[in-house]
Design a binder for this molecule. Structure first.
Ligand SMILES: *Cc1c(COP(=O)(O)O)cnc(C)c1O
Length: 359
């Protein structure tokens, strides 16, 4: 049986139609600025996010770092969630490569930093302190969509203090699709409404959108010019990258609205697992389902699933991500496998099957 790979929405393979689009893409040399497919993609994503300019990037990590380096100078500071991707999962790039001091702040279960904490962390203009320049938010965060209320309050607080605001919108399309479903509105107008609150937005094409590679940073012309310099310095100047941009353009044409299917599958999985003994399903708002498992069961469950061709990640909290390359049958198979495992694990003889020690 085909592997049901729920480790991440990055595992998708380009579809045959996407490969055709890549094959047919007109190409140039993007370091000379004359790759027509890259230019088309940059114009397209800038328009969709309501920004003046955009820059195609090899990864979301580089896109976020270029944004930080465009907003902040050496010795400046940015405010960021303690568990935000830009702070926790990008190798400390802001500090290492940008000489930018991160000021991490506690996040609640929804990923929100409190407004009071944000305000208190903004340093006065005094030679003792780094210069606080930027607030960075993430949407979706752990698969949860940030409310417009919170985004508005946080960004206007930052603005009142003269800070710029950056959105790590690796999965902002998932947020827009979910928001459009909740309010019965248009996906791209929701995307605009979200992005209007930010000076810069980084969007991944390589997650739920299903492109093999690539992200884009969107912002004002002046900001994108600074980011362009940073991208070159960081080694992200690519040549016939139109072959990749074509995949991203194809994704924007064909893979945005279908994200709602990923969200439905995540809900199907969450509903199928909810209430099973030893499992606590946390909310599955978009395409990521987190499941807390009773101590000692996580590793054994993952091993069991792997033997049944179901892949997931995590230890105490398991993570399942839906995407383009999973379907209803795959999700039902995953649910059935978890049930089988729990039934066997609950039999006294194998009660200790998963006690692999502290992990
Ligand atoms: C995936 C991701 C990124 C960027 O990751 P890359 O692997 O460098 O493309 C940034 N932020 C968030 C929230 C992500 O999920």
């Amino acid at each position: 049986m085909k592997t049901v790979d729920l480790r991440s929405d990055t595992v998708t393979q380009p579809t045959p139609a996407m490969r055709e689009a890549m094959l047919a893409a007109p190409l140039g040399d993007d370091v000379f600025g004359d790759d027509p497919s890259v230019i088309a993609l940059q114009q397209r994503i800038a328009a969709l996010t309501g920004k003046d300019a955009a820059l195609f990037m090899p990864t979301g990590t580089q896109s976020n770092l270029c944004a930080l380096m465009a907003h902040c100078e050496r010795g400046d500071e940015y405010l960021v969630g303690q568990n935000a991707h830009t702070y926790r999962y990008e190798g400390g790039g802001a500090a290492v490569l940008g000489s930018i001091q991160p000021q991490p702040l506690v996040q609640d279960a929804k990923g929100q930093m409190s407004l009071a904490d944000i305000a208190a962390a903004i340093k006065p203009d005094d030679s003792h302190f780094a210069r606080t320049r930027l607030l960075a938010l993430e949407n979706t965060w752990n698969g949860q969509r940030m409310t417009m209320d919170y985004l508005q309050q946080a960004s206007s607080l930052a603005r009142q203090h003269g800070l710029a605001v950056h959105l790590d919108g690796a999965r902002v399309m998932n947020a827009a699709v979910d928001q459009a479903a909740v309010y019965g509105s248009d996906v791209f107008s929701e995307l605009r409404t979200i992005c209007d609150l930010f000076d810069s937005v980084s969007v991944c094409f390589s997650k739920g959108l299903g492109a093999p590679v690539g992200s884009a940073l969107c912002g004002s012309k002046a900001l994108i010019q600074k980011a362009h310099r940073a991208r070159k310095m960081l080694g992200g100047g690519m040549r016939q990258s139109g072959v990749l941009a074509a995949a991203a353009l194809h994704a924007l044409d064909h893979h945005v609205h279908r994200l709602s299917q990923d969200h439905m599958l995540a809900k199907r999985l969450a509903d199928g697992l909810r209430g099973l003994p030893g499992l606590t399903v946390r909310s599955a708002q978009t395409n990521i389902v987190f499941v807390d498992v009773a101590e000692g069961l996580g590793l054994a469950l993952l091993e069991y699933l792997k033997k049944a061709n179901v892949l997931a990640t995590g230890l105490l909290g398991l993570r399942f991500v839906t995407h383009l390359d999973v379907d209803e049958a795959g999700i039902d198979h995953a649910i059935a496998c978890v049930k089988d495992f729990l039934e066997s694990a609950n039999r006294p003889v194998s009660a200790n099957a998963g006690s692999g020690g502290p992990y």
